[in-house]
Ligand binder design. Structure first.
Ligand code: MG
Length: 160
């Protein structure tokens, strides 16, 4: 059985994952409007991944006898300053998510819940990848001129 305190914290994270999914969906729409279809594809995949995290966390809690909840999701931004602005936001957002996950690990540790700590380590590792990927794309966009940006867009559109 998972403690009430942890259930509340993970339910808040589920809401945060849904907010992330909406953020990336909004970015995907924006990139499509800007004519960068590859970036739009990459961000759509990212959005789907975040929704997957919400379902994964809910499934884990239910397995441990907890109750998963869907809460109200705040509005997300709708406009950025081009691809550079978008990916600067992707990177800073992923750094924030890492902090949130680390805080969850801290609560699970205070609650002496080993299974939840083990579950969350997967997300700690995932965040290392997320930050590195976002930083890598950001660096490429920073170095790119207009024509190189089209090449990057094509590459991002190949995300499986
Ligand atoms: Mg996530």
């Amino acid at each position: 059985m998972i403690s009430e305190k942890l259930q509340k914290a993970i339910n808040e994270q589920i809401t945060a994952e849904m907010w992330s999914a909406n953020l990336y969906m909004s970015m995907s729409f924006y990139m499509q409007k800007e004519g960068l279809d590859g970036c739009a594809v990459w961000l759509k995949k990212q959005s789907e991944e975040e929704l997957g995290h919400a379902y994964d966390m809910a499934a884990y809690m239910m397995k441990r006898g907890g109750v998963a909840k869907v809460d109200k999701v705040d509005v997300v931004p709708q406009s950025w300053d081009g691809a550079l602005g978008v990916f600067e936001n992707v990177y800073s957002h992923e750094c924030n998510v890492s902090k949130m996950i680390e805080n969850l690990v801290k609560i699970a540790s205070e609650e002496k819940d080993m299974a939840t700590q083990d579950f969350l380590w997967g997300y700690v590792r995932e965040q290392v990848e997320e930050e590195a990927t976002a930083q890598d794309i950001l660096e490429k966009i920073r170095k790119a001129g207009k024509s190189a940006m089209l090449f990057i867009d094509d590459k991002l559109g190949q995300r499986k």
